[in-house]
Design a protein around this ligand. Structure first.
Ligand code: GLU
Length: 444
């Protein structure tokens, strides 16, 4: 494949993300934004944000706000904009008028609707796209139709407004999804018709769902706001999206933002579709959760617990931190904290029947629970150390393995068979909750 040079002066590159606010920011959209962002930061260029809101019926302010919020959340700060096409109508009109005057475009009546403008596709020319990812692609103009540039409602079409703006905003590289490849020759014809320099293009391959069809709503969650709600961390999603179609070349996957910026080049963007992998996202997210500063993690988890109706403030600051630290090891998403810590906040415990059959009902377990119940009641101080002495003594006296002591307590206290260390869990739950639940389990 013939290779195309990225830019003679990459530090002066200008790229843009140009979403249409007809929906929230999808993962595909976020990946396109991200590659533009990474390109701009890697080459120390400029990242422009442009809102393509010329579809009056489908564009809404709420979607625009949602897109900006998602970009901010993911940490893709832009240098210029946001520019709104709906505020630039005079500019497009000027360019359309000029094309009409030069005989390159003509008016077209749409009976009952109004008058649009159509650009005449020149005959017998070749339109060459030097695609940075796919290599050169040549289109013959005879296979292309005329291009509507102004709709009968007076608004410019995407192809036209996009070309005018990319030119006026001095965009040097257009990085966008493969689904726009068929628009590119039309846009090149427009650049040439208006005597404007043609930027470089890089069309990034689609993202496929796990079933290998194009990623869409059908695959479940598809917007960045949903992933935020599901408890994914922005840095994890940033890292994950960066690898959907690009790789740093070595076998490295976990990379902080600055390292991704440093390593990112268009040359390493793959020209075959990337495939979405939920397991990998969860794995990555759990890594970011484990490595987040405890105070930051608590700040993210606390609102979720509160929203679930948990009275987090019954714990002092130190115990709140203990709580997130204990549960971070197993958490794949922030939501997992809600589920895993519920037993600490509910008045009553919900027992998993299988866990009860296996670890509470047997006579041996009942004996253990009885020992623990009386032991705890007689404890002077209820602490990690005193609990440890107590449980070790019971295990010795009863000649049972430590886990045969811990598991019945775990089920009695949490209702389930998994929890972090038993001493830490008991200590967090507190003496009152522990005794109440031991009593309840003994009656099962
Ligand atoms: N508004 C277009 C879209 O959202 C932009 C395409 C482009 O980047 O040129 O698909």
């Amino acid at each position: 494949m013939e290779k195309v040079k990225v830019h003679p002066e990459p530090e002066r590159c200008r790229v843009r993300f140009a979403p249409s606010p007809t929906g929230y920011l999808t993962l595909g959209g976020a990946r396109t934004a991200l590659y533009n962002y990474l390109f701009a930061r890697h080459y120390k260029g400029t990242f422009i944000l442009r809102i393509e809101d010329t579809d009056l019926v489908r564009s809404t302010q709420a979607f625009t706000d949602g897109i900006l919020e998602s970009m901010n959340w993911l940490g893709m700060e832009w240098d210029e904009g946001p520019f709104y096409q709906s505020k630039r109508l005079d500019i497009y009109k000027e360019y359309a008028d000029k094309l009409i005057k030069e005989g390159k475009a003509f008016y077209r009546e749409d009976p009952g609707k109004g008058t649009g403008v159509v650009f005449k596709m020149p005959e017998g020319i070749k339109l060459r796209v030097d695609d940075l990812i796919h290599g050169p692609i040549v289109f013959e103009s005879e296979y292309l139709t005329d291009v509507v540039i102004v709709k009968s409602d007076g608004y410019p079409t995407y192809n036209f407004a996009c070309v005018v703006d990319d030119s006026l905003m001095n965009v040097t590289h257009i990085i966008r999804g493969d689904d726009h490849i068929s628009n590119t020759p039309k846009q090149i014809a427009l650049y040439e018709g208006m005597g404007l320099p043609v930027p470089k293009f890089a069309h990034i391959p689609l993202i496929l769902g796990e079933d290998k069809s194009k990623l869409s709503k059908r695959h479940g969650h598809n917007s960045v706001v949903e992933y935020k709600k599901l408890g994914y961390l922005p840095d994890a999603l940033f890292n994950f999206l960066s690898l959907l179609g690009w790789s740093p070349g070595e076998n490295i996957e976990l990379m902080p933002k600055n390292e991704i910026i440093e390593r990112f080049t268009i040359e390493r963007v793959k020209h075959t579709p990337a495939q979405f992998n939920f397991k990998k996202l969860d794995w990555m997210n759990s890594h970011y959760i484990k490595n987040l500063e405890p105070a930051k993690l608590l700040a993210l988890v606390k609102p979720l617990l509160t929203e679930a109706g948990y009275n987090v403030n019954k714990f002092d600051d130190v115990h709140q931190l203990t709580l997130v630290n204990l549960y971070r090891e197993r958490a794949e998403t922030l939501r997992d904290f809600v589920e895993a810590t519920g037993f600490l906040f509910h008045d009553d415990v919900t027992y998993n029947p299988e866990a009860v059959e296996a670890y509470v009902k047997p006579a041996k377990s009942k004996e253990v629970l009885q020992d623990v119940f009386s032991g705890v009641n007689n404890l002077g101080e209820f602490s990690h150390a005193s609990l440890e002495t107590l449980l070790r003594n019971i295990s010795e006296n009863r000649k049972l393995k430590f886990k045969d002591i811990a598991q019945p307590i775990r089920v009695a206290l949490t209702g389930n068979t998994v929890s972090p260390g038993i001493f830490e869990t008991m200590e967090l739950a507190g003496k009152e909750m522990v005794t109440k639940r031991l009593q309840k389990a003994l009656q099962l």
